[in-house]
Ligand binder design. Structure first.
Ligand SMILES: NC(=O)c1ccc[n+]([C@@H]2O[C@H](COP(=O)([O-])OP(=O)(O)OC[C@H]3O[C@@H](n4cnc5c(N)ncnc54)[C@H](OP(=O)(O)O)[C@@H]3O)[C@@H](O)[C@H]2O)c1
Length: 520
């Protein structure tokens, strides 16, 4: 079994990975869903894995009345229910939970910040009370208010080079709903903090396998040599969900799949898959390359949107033998809603490496199963020798990076069927994370919280990345305009989206690859 601590030790990055300076994490939204399901379980696991600083505190901030003790009990129940181990050791919990306290207040009320400042000051250690991670697990409409109040109460200071203490602000998605709102939000955030103090989360970047894309590309000569238009025919990125909107219908009506998934997760994965090698592993170098890639994506005119983007909405169907409502019948959804629950699109990257190579991206809800994968389809061999023989079914090589749920990498190539005749069959070389390293994959939030405490912004999104991604998404939304969904744009729950999504590839003589369900 692999040494768990080594999971974090990416070669060349060992130094300074571990957050070792004392600090306090203040969670705004401490009574909310994200805190109990993700943040506290992640901090607990970091603690038991010895990754937290020797000295730390977690202060939960929300309006609901709770004592330190009652909040701790809720958080413990949350770990038992939602964490990756669903298990809490009494003595480890005891020592961890001593560092947790709850601060009751309204974040629009100046008095609550004054009291918070008093509470932090009582920690007695200047680093604990001044090295602060403010985690905003609240609605984005409240981000500006919190940052202003923190500034007024001198809890958040603009970082000066060489300063003994630091403060950082971690913000959750959605980061704006279009370019303009994202710019406004960014302007507000950096009024009182430098860009390097702002950590914008896309939890996909915290996933082990997403991080592995870069490692895979830039440490394996056999693939990097081929990672270009000469060898690659096209690339597919699929992120499928096997659930509908559930109780989040109200939220989803305001957002839709293009903004909820494409703007962040899929474009982030694409930028890691397609970017140029950065000059170093420094956060800014990597983020510069990602932005360059996003800026090279061909701009969509409304005409291109109608040809290259397919949207869809699910109607009633069955997923894994479970009957599902149509989107328009979901709670808090307009019965005539035109919000998309599925998007597929073809993008081109206008640079030297990728000229004319299509990137097909698709994501949707109530699809047959949950999976995320990158499929790199290589060009076929020349049509001579084996390929020229009619009865031979030759498949071009394909590399699949499975990001979830069954993380791994597989390579498809042609093998000769044993015997006297010449027959080929596609075969696979398969690498599975669990088989190789044991079933230990830290939750994305563990890695992200650790990096925020350590001050490494590599896995967070920079201002220009967010804004460039919004430009791409805005041009698609402009193309859609107010046009209602047509019949061709609906799909039954439990299928891979509307027929038009298949047609998007068919015109190029391509087919979507169906991701393999977990454990198959
Ligand atoms: N949940 C997830 O899995 C998830 C995943 C990705 C991103 N996010 C993002 O994370 C953020 C939080 O999501 P969530 O699901 O945790 O939301 P939630 O369950 O609705 O929690 C919202 C929190 O904000 C607090 N709050 C609201 N108004 C407040 C006020 N005036 N003063 C003090 N506290 C206030 C609430 O506390 P009181 O009611 O006690 O005041 C509650 O703790 C959102 O931006 C969401 O988009 C969530």
């Amino acid at each position: 079994m692999v040494d768990k601590a080594k999971i974090y030790q990416i070669p060349g990055l060992e130094d300074g990975r571990k957050a070792d300076e004392p600090c306090t994490i203040v969670i705004f939204g401490a009574s909310g869903d994200l805190t109990v399901r993700k943040l506290i379980p992640a901090l607990y696991h970091l603690y038991i894995d010895g990754q937290m600083p020797e000295s730390f505190r977690v202060v939960g901030f929300a309006r609901r009345k709770k004592t330190d003790e009652s909040w701790r009990e809720e958080m413990r129940a949350g770990i038992e229910k939602y964490s990756r181990t669903c298990n809490v050791n009494d003595s480890q919990w005891q020592s961890f939970s001593e560092n947790l306290c709850y601060h009751c207040g309204d974040l629009t009320d100046a008095v609550a910040y004054d009291a918070l400042a008093g509470r932090l000051a009582k920690f007695g250690d200047s680093q604990l009370s001044r090295n602060l991670v403010f985690y905003l697990a609240i609605s984005p409409s409240l981000f500006g208010e919190v940052v202003d109040q923190l500034h007024t109460n001198k809890l958040l200071k603009r970082y000066e080079e060489g300063a003994a203490q630091w403060q950082r602000v971690v913000v959750e998605k959605p980061f704006g709903h279009d370019l303009k709102s994202a710019q406004l939000l960014n302007n507000h955030l950096i009024r009182h903090a430098r860009e390097r103090q702002v950590f914008r989360i896309d939890h996909y970047l915290g996933k082990e396998t997403v991080q592995n894309i870069m490692m895979f590309r830039f440490s394996n000569a056999i693939f990097e040599q081929l990672w270009n238009r000469e060898a690659i025919d096209h690339i597919q990125i699929t992120v499928s969900e096997d659930i509908g909107v559930g109780s989040r219908g109200g939220y989803f009506e305001e957002v839709g799949t293009l903004r909820d998934m494409m703007q962040n997760h899929l474009l982030q994965i694409m930028s890691l898959v397609a970017m140029e090698p950065p000059p170093s592993l420094e956060a800014e170098d990597i983020r510069n390359e990602k932005v360059k890639l996003l800026k090279s994506i061909r701009k969509m005119t409304p005409e291109m949107v109608s040809k290259n983007v397919v949207r869809g909405q699910y109607f009633a169907g069955t997923v894994n033998e479970d009957a599902r409502n149509g989107y328009r019948q979901e709670e808090r959804v307009d019965p005539e809603s035109n919000i998309e629950t599925f998007v597929a699109m073809k993008l081109f990257v206008d640079n030297w490496r990728w000229s004319d190579v299509p990137f097909y991206l698709r994501t949707g809800k109530n699809l047959p199963h949950r999976a995320s994968e990158v499929r790199v389809q290589f060009r076929p061999t020349p049509n001579v020798l084996f390929a020229a023989q009619d009865n031979l079914d030759l498949h071009a090589n394909a590399l699949t990076l499975r990001l979830q749920p069954d993380e791994g990498i597989s390579l498809r190539f042609n093998g000769k069927v044993p015997g006297n005749s010449i027959q080929t069959r596609p075969v696979r070389m398969n690498f599975g994370y669990d088989a190789e390293f044991g079933a230990y994959t830290p939750e994305a939030y563990e890695r992200l919280l650790l990096e925020a405490m350590a001050g490494d912004a590599t896995l967070f999104i920079r201002r220009d990345e967010v804004e460039t991604a919004w430009q791409i998404v805005d041009s698609i939304r402009e193309g859609w305009g107010e046009i209602p969904l047509s019949n061709r744009e609906f799909y039954a729950a439990g299928t891979w989206g509307p027929v038009a999504a298949d047609d998007l590839l068919k015109v190029d003589n391509h087919l979507w690859h169906t991701p393999v369900p977990a454990n198959k």
